[in-house]
Design a protein around this ligand. Structure first.
Ligand code: URA
Length: 192
């Protein structure tokens, strides 16, 4: 679709912060452009920077396992990040970088029109849900932002560091699957 191509081209050419200078590849986003479910991470890591695809490293492999566990094919979802370029040494995104990049994400969300948005981790949740969001307290809660159902779960990289949260993550993923079923239109339900 022309709109997607234009958006990607605009994103490639963006010089709104300095990260384009050190990236290998733009990590625009991947998956179904008509997805009901969209995941939003923080920023590309090394593997993502090298491949141009979000969540392909160890954290991505863990995310894939959770998708499999709740029977959601990865190709049916869309995965993107708050930042489209890798911050050097995987440092946290700077507010100026998020401010420069966030419009691309909102445009992706408008084009996809997902029923449910899932923030992966604190940084994404702060940006899409609100500054007072606390991941250990508020994960799995539902919010409405710009008319859409939004929730946040632990970042898979955080689960690799602290596996004690893996049970919470599975519960949250089951709850997300259930929410998708509740929000499905009647003819979509017939096809389930
Ligand atoms: N972590 C993220 O937040 N995004 C990626 O794409 C990979 C790791």
């Amino acid at each position: 679709m022309a709109e997607w191509e234009d958006l990607r081209r605009e994103c490639e050419a963006c010089r709104g912060c300095c990260l384009w200078e050190t990236r290998t590849n733009l990590v625009f986003g991947t998956g179904s452009e008509t997805a009901e479910l969209m995941f939003v991470g923080e920023a590309p890591g090394e593997k993502e920077d090298l491949s141009g695809i979000p969540f392909v490293g160890r954290a991505g492999e863990l995310l894939d396992k959770y998708l499999y566990a709740v029977d959601i094919p990865r190709e049916n979802v869309y995965i993107a990040n708050i930042l489209k370029c890798r911050p050097p040494k995987n440092r946290d995104p700077l507010p100026v970088e998020e401010d420069a990049c966030i419009r691309f994400l909102w445009r992706q969300i408008e084009l996809i029109d997902p029923k449910v948005i899932v923030c992966l981790g604190r940084i994404s949740a702060h940006r899409l849900i609100g500054d007072d969001f606390r991941i250990s307290r508020d994960h799995g809660q539902w919010y409405t932002r710009r008319g859409r159902a939004v929730t946040a779960v632990f970042h898979p990289a955080a689960l690799l560091r602290d596996p004690r949260r893996k049970g919470d993550m599975l519960d949250d993923m089951k709850m997300i699957k259930q929410k998708l079923g509740e929000l499905a239109s009647p003819d979509e339900e017939e096809n389930r």
